[in-house]
Design a protein around this ligand. Structure first.
Ligand code: UDX
Ligand code: UDX
Length: 458
C-alpha cells in the first residue's frame, strides 16, 4: 500500500467513529476522514466531549485526531479524495410500505451509493460496514457500475462485530475480521487492500475472507445466535421462577459444557441495543421473501421471547405490589441498554418505563451516562416522570427500585440507606441479577429477581 492511502468513512456513529479512530491510531500512514451529514455530531467528534461514551475512546481519538484522523461534514470532498470508502450509515427497521416493521430501511444506503458515484472521478473500493440484508452489496455494486464514465468500483462487505461498551477493546483485539468480496481478480485485489490495513494490528489468521454474501449473512447470523442464547436462558428463567431452580445456577451448569460455553447466558429483563432486534427481523424478512416461513418463524420467536420477558418483568412488579402502581414512586436504576454506554436504543428500560407510566406509576429514571438519551426517548410518553442523576435521591420516597442496567455503581450502593429512605414495604426488582439478594432481604427489602424465587417479607 502506498503511504498516502486515503480512507473515508460515511457515518460517524457508534460504529463508524470508533472503528475509524482505531484504524487511524494503528495505521499512522493512512489518512482517515470521517464524515457525517449531522454537523453537530461532527462538531462533537472535533471537541473534548465526544458524541458517544466508550471506555478508552478519548485516548485513541486524542492520539490520532489532527494527525491522520479528521472529522468533517464535507462528504463530497471526502468522496473525491478517497481510495477506500467505508459506509457506516444507519439502516433502521423500515417503518413504512413493504416489509414495514421488519425489513431494513435502505434509503440512506442507496442515497450514499448514488452520491459516491456522482462525486467520484476515479474508481474506488467501497466497504459495506453497516449491517445489511444479504445481497445489498450486489445492489450497491449495480448502482456504482451503472456509470457511463468507465469508473470501476469494487464493493466489499466488512461487517463490524464490536459491542458497545467494549468497542475499543473489540476493535484492537478482535476475535476475527471478516472481509467478503467478489471472487473475481479485481475483487480479490480490493480484498487484499483492506486485509493490508487490518493486518497492521490483527494477526492474519484472524482475518477471514469469504464471498460477499457469506460475509453479509454471517453478520446477521452472529447477532441472531447471540440474541438466541439470551432468549433461551430468559425462557428458562420463567421456568425457574415456577420451580425453585435458580437460573444463574442453571446457566453455570450449562455453560461449563465446553460445547456450549459460558458467555451470553446471563438472564435479564431483556436484550436491547440497536442491532439484535433489527438484524433478526431482517433475517426473518429475508427468509420470508424466499418462501422459507419455518425459518422465519424460528428466528422471530427469539424477538417475541424478548418482548415477553420485558412485559413479564413489569407484570411481576405489578402483581407483587398488590396489583396497583397508581401514584407509586418507582425508581429505575439504569436506562442504557447495557452497562458502560450511554446508548438507549431498544433498551428494555424503555418498555418497562412506558408500561409503568401506563399503570400510572410515578417513574424516576437515573443513569450515570444515559439520562440525556432517556429524556429524548421518553419525550412523547405521557405520565408522571422525572430524571435524577443521583441514585439515592431517585430512591428516596420510592415504593420500589428496579435495576435495569448492570452498571457497577449499583452493586456497591448503601442499600441500608436506600431502604431507610423508602416507603414500606420496600421492594427491589433486580432485572440484571447483580445485587446480593440475601443481604437485601436481611435489610428488609422484598426482593424479586430474574429466574429465582422471590425473597419476601410481607
Ligand atoms: C449503524 C447501523 O445502525 C448499523 O446497522 C450498522 O451496522 C452501522 O451503522 P451506528 O453507527 O450505531 O450503526 O448508527 P448511528 O450511530 O445512527 O450512526 C449512523 C450515522 O450515519 C449518523 O451519525 C447519521 O447522521 C449518519 N448518516 C446517516 C449520514 O452521514 N448520512 C446519511 O445519509 C445517513
Ligand atoms: C451486539 C453484538 O454483540 C456485536 O457483536 C454486534 O456488532 C452488535 O450487536 P451490542 O448490542 O453493542 O453488540 O451489545 P451486547 O453486548 O451484544 O448486548 C446486547 C444486549 O444483550 C444488551 O442489552 C445486554 O444487556 C444483553 N445481554 C447480553 C443479556 O441480557 N445477557 C447476556 O448474557 C448478554
Amino acid at each position: 500500500m502506498n503511504s498516502t492511502t486515503n480512507v473515508l468513512c460515511i457515518g460517524a456513529g457508534y460504529v463508524g467513529g470508533p472503528t475509524m479512530a482505531v484504524i487511524a491510531d494503528r495505521c499512522p500512514n493512512v489518512r482517515v476522514t470521517v464524515t457525517d451529514i449531522n454537523a453537530e455530531r461532527i462538531g462533537a467528534w472535533n471537541s473534548d466531549r465526544l458524541p458517544i461514551f466508550e471506555p478508552g475512546l478519548d485516548e485513541v481519538v486524542r492520539r490520532a485526531r489532527g494527525r491522520n484522523l479528521f472529522f468533517s461534514t464535507d462528504v463530497a470532498g471526502g468522496i473525491r479524495a478517497a481510495d477506500i470508502i467505508f459506509v457506516s450509515v444507519n439502516t433502521p427497521t423500515k417503518l413504512f410500505g413493504q416489509g414495514a416493521g421488519r425489513a431494513a430501511d435502505l434509503q440512506y444506503w442507496e442515497k450514499t451509493a448514488r452520491q459516491i458515484l456522482e462525486e467520484s472521478d476515479h474508481g474506488k473500493i467501497v466497504v459495506e460496514k453497516s449491517t445489511l440484508p444479504v445481497r445489498t452489496a450486489e445492489a450497491m455494486a449495480r448502482i456504482l457500475k451503472s456509470n457511463s464514465r468507465g469508473l470501476r468500483f469494487q464493493v466489499l462487505s466488512n461487517p463490524e462485530f464490536l459491542a458497545e461498551g467494549s468497542a475499543v477493546k473489540d476493535l484492537e483485539a478482535p476475535d476475527r475480521v471478516l472481509i467478503g468480496s467478489e471472487e473475481t481478480e479485481e475483487g480479490q485485489r480490493a480484498r487484499r487492500a483492506l486485509v493490508d490495513i487490518y493486518a497492521r494490528w490483527v494477526p492474519e489468521d484472524r482475518i477471514i475472507q469469504s464471498n460477499i454474501w457469506s460475509a453479509e449473512l454471517s453478520k446477521l447470523t452472529a447477532n441472531a445466535f447471540l440474541a438466541q442464547r439470551i432468549s433461551s436462558i430468559n425462557s428458562i428463567s420463567a421456568l425457574c421462577e415456577k420451580t425453585e431452580a435458580d437460573v444463574d445456577e442453571v446457566a453455570r451448569a450449562v455453560g461449563t459444557d465446553s460445547r456450549i460455553g459460558p458467555k451470553f447466558l446471563k438472564a435479564s429483563v431483556g436484550f436491547g441495543g440497536s442491532c439484535f432486534k433489527k438484524d433478526i427481523l431482517n433475517l426473518v424478512y429475508i427468509a420470508e421473501s424466499y418462501g422459507l416461513s419455518e425459518v422465519a418463524r424460528y428466528w422471530e420467536a427469539v424477538v417475541r421471547m424478548n418482548e415477553w420477558q420485558e412485559s413479564r418483568f413489569v407484570h411481576t412488579m405489578v402483581a407483587s405490589m398488590f396489583n396497583t402502581m397508581a401514584g407509586k414512586r418507582i425508581a429505575l436504576f439504569g436506562f442504557a441498554f447495557k452497562a458502560n454506554t450511554g446508548d438507549t436504543r431498544e433498551s428494555p428500560a424503555l418498555a418497562v418505563a412506558t408500561d409503568l407510566l401506563a399503570e400510572r406509576a410515578h417513574v424516576v429514571v437515573t443513569d450515570p451516562k444515559a439520562l440525556d438519551n432517556a429524556r429524548e426517548d421518553l419525550a412523547g410518553v405521557d405520565g408522571n416522570l422525572v430524571f435524577e442523576r443521583d441514585p439515592y435521591a431517585a430512591a428516596a420516597g420510592a415504593h420500589a427500585v428496579a435495576v435495569l442496567t448492570e452498571w457497577d455503581i449499583y452493586r456497591t450502593l448503601d442499600y441500608r440507606r436506600i431502604f431507610n429512605s423508602m416507603i414500606k414495604p420496600a421492594f427491589i426488582f433486580d432485572g440484571r441479577n447483580i445485587l446480593d439478594h440475601q443481604a437485601l432481604h436481611t435489610i428488609g427489602f422484598n426482593v424479586y429477581s430474574i429466574g429465582k424465587m422471590p425473597l419476601t417479607t410481607v
